[in-house]
Structure formats: C-alpha cells, structure tokens
Design a protein around this ligand. Structure first.
Ligand SMILES: *Cc1c(COP(=O)(O)O)cnc(C)c1O
Length: 388
C-alpha cells in the first residue's frame, strides 16, 4: 500500500467486538496473566503494553501511521509539539555539546534553545537561513545536532534538505527536522537523510483545532534513546488525543491538498495588492527559495505571510477588521486563522532577535482554512480596505 492508504488502513489489533473504528484504550495500565509474563514485559522481552506512560495501543497506531507516512522505522508520541522538540534534544545532548540551528524557528523552540539548554552546559549557534554556507562555518567539533524547520514558523524560510542531509552526514551530526508546516503529506525529510523528524501534531495533523500532541520519528536505534528518556520523564501523549490524531491522519493528504490550493490561490490574488509591501508563499516564484520548495515539497502548504503597509498599528487594525477569520494562536485548522507574530508568539524575543528571525512589526501570518476560497479572499480583502 502507498503511504496515504496506510494512513487510512493501519489499525491496532481488534478486540472481540470487531469494531470498524479503533476503540479508545483509555487505561493507565495493562494487566498480566502471570508473574512471568509481567517480568518478561519489564525486561523488554515482549512487546506487551505495561503502562500508558510507556506505550498504549492508541499511541502505537498513531506512531505506526506516522512511520508509514514519513518513511521512518519507529517513533514516540508526546503530549505536545514542544515536548517532542524538548525530548529530541534531551535524549541526545549532554553538557559540553553544541546545537546548531537557524534563527528562523518557532518562538518556544527558540526559548528552549537559548534560555534552557545553556543552563545544562549545552551551547548553541544560529545559522542564517538565507546564507546556507553559514551552517558549515558554525559547525564545531562538539556539534552534536542540527535542528531546523522548513518551511519555518512564521518566516516560511526553506532549507535545501538534500544539501543539509549531506552536510550533516559528512560531519557525523544528527539532523533533526521539525516537519510541522509541510507534514509528511507534502514533504518527507527522512528521504534526504534527516535522522529525527519532530512534529507538533496539534497543527495540521489534528487539523481541526481540538487536541495537543507531538511525535518524534527516526531510525530504531535513535528512537530507543528517545523512548528511554520519555519513559522515565513522562511527556507521553494521552490515549484520547492519540485516538483523535490517528483518525485525523485518515484525511491528512486530502486536507493538505485543499489547504495548499486555497493558500496558493489567496497568495496569487493578494500578491500584487497595493496595500501590501510583500507577500510570501513557498510556491510563488517570488519566494527566495522557490526552486528548493519545488524540489522537495509536493505543494506549498497552508501558510502564507505578508507585510501590510502602515506598520504595527495597521496590522492590528487589519486583525480587528476581519469578519470570518479567527484571531487565535493555533494554525493548520479547517478554519482560516490570522495572527500577528510580533505581538504574540514572538513577543518574548527582543526586537533584535525578532528582526533576525524575519518578524517585522507589520507581519501577518495567515493559515488558510478549508472554507470556500471566495469567502476567505473577500474577508481578507475587506479587512485590508477597512484598516486603511
Ligand atoms: C506549534 C509549533 C510547535 C509546538 O507545538 P505545540 O503542539 O504547540 O507544543 C513546534 N514547532 C512548530 C513549527 C510549531 O508551529
């Protein structure tokens, strides 16, 4: 079966009831028929579930589907995207190690890297995504991991994964890619040599703004390290959220096609708007890394950004003038969402750090939903006009 079919057809073992939809295994622990069976499970001699902090059939179904989609061997599902990012660092980095990332990353990830990792003696550097040569220049003997987002949140910067896969292999460094914006429906980093793939499943994977979740995927030997860290420290995904997320994967490729076609159409209609300084979308030839996007992504995804003329106040008036689009922190929902990163997700950064990440004061991020394209377009157009 092709990955999209596997995301629909993979199912955890049936109970005696032969239910068509996987049941919810809402249980904290699992029982054993004998002391010997229990001993064997704890000794890792069997695959029996022990405790839902370690594993659960609903989480396992979600992991199996994600492995089929990303082309990876194994995974561990977490309670949020941030716990996935954090665990993917902590399972591999120790005092004295160096993490290389790029300035264009999600705000909370930036906080973990710059405020917490140094507390444990782990140093970091940020390469300039628009000058790829800075990655190699910043590699040190103690560089243990490269962490990137492509497309990045919210800058929509794109990194050549084939090139970065070769670079990290050459230097023997773990390549960790946050694939949240593209999802495996549009881009599979493992194919280019990514060792770890992290996700916030809260976004397009759920796709309906209901639950938090995350996942770390990769080769068996690496996920074993992740599992050992997570089994002891407890960032496990709840079985209920896993059940929701596994169901969501059945429609992921269909939804990503529509998110992408809606975003592309909106980007085309708005790109030349006189009231916008610029508009950025991976699949527009005006995007600086358009050629790379074309090479490694099936479609451009659901997000685009623009800078509205008139700076920060105009940006706020624009948000206030929207009639249909939601003002909310999430993205990747069926409903169109507008955000203003400078005053929200990236507000904790200094002005200087924001500018280094491409977060200009008037930057607006739109997550194109699945509503009728004409309704989304007219809402954005009237809000641009109203906010003048
Ligand atoms: C939202 C997001 C995260 C964090 O995920 P949560 O599920 O909110 O913890 C990490 N990386 C990217 C790119 C995101 O957009």
């Amino acid at each position: 079966m092709k990955p999209a079919s596997k995301a629909i057809r993979i199912q955890t073992e049936q109970t005696g009831q032969k239910e068509h939809s996987t049941p919810l295994y809402l249980t904290s622990s699992f029982t054993f028929d004998s002391a010997e069976e229990m001993r064997a499970a704890f000794a890792d001699e069997s695959d029996d579930n022990i405790y839902s902090r370690f594993s659960n059939p609903n989480s396992q179904e979600f992991i199996d589907k994600m492995c089929a989609l990303e082309g990876t061997e194994d995974g561990y599902a977490t309670a949020s995207g941030m716990s996935a990012v954090f665990a993917s660092f902590m399972a591999f980095l120790k005092s004295g190690d160096h993490l290389l990332s790029a300035s264009s990353i999600f705000g909370s990830t930036h906080t973990v890297i710059s405020k917490f990792l140094p507390k444990w003696g782990i140093s970091y550097s940020y390469a300039d995504i628009n000058k790829p040569e800075t990655f190699e220049q910043l590699i040190r003997p103690e560089t243990k991991m490269i962490f990137v987002e492509t497309p990045s949140n919210p800058g929509l910067d794109i990194i050549d994964l084939e090139w970065l896969g070769k670079l990290s292999k050459k230097h023997g460094i773990i390549l960790n890619v946050d694939n949240c914006f593209a999802t495996p429906a549009l881009q599979t980093p493992a194919q280019y040599g990514a060792d770890l793939i992290t996700h916030s499943a809260t976004k397009f994977i759920d796709g309906q703004g209901r639950v938090l979740g995350g996942i770390i995927l990769g080769r068996k030997e690496l996920i074993k390290e992740v599992y050992t860290f997570c089994r002891s420290t407890g960032p496990a995904l709840s079985p209920f959220n896993a059940w929701i997320l596994s169901k969501s994967l059945e429609t992921l490729s269909l939804r990503m096609e529509k998110h992408s076609s809606n975003a592309l159409e909106l980007a085309k209609r708005l790109e030349k708007h006189a009231e916008l300084d610029w508009l950025r979308y991976p699949m527009l030839p005006s995007h600086p890394q358009y050629a790379i996007a074309k090479k490694q992504m099936k479609q451009g995804g659901g997000l685009f950004t623009f800078q509205i003329k008139g700076g920060i106040e105009r940006g706020r008036r624009f948000l206030d003038a929207l009639k249909m689009a939601s003002l909310t922190a999430n993205l990747g929902d069926t409903r169109t969402i507008a955000t203003h990163p400078a005053s929200t997700t990236h507000a904790k950064l200094t002005e200087e750090e924001r500018m280094a990440s491409g977060i200009t004061p008037g930057l607006i991020r739109i997550s194109a939903g699945l509503e009728d394209i004409d309704d989304i377009a007219s809402d954005i157009e009237q809000a641009i006009a109203q906010s003048r």
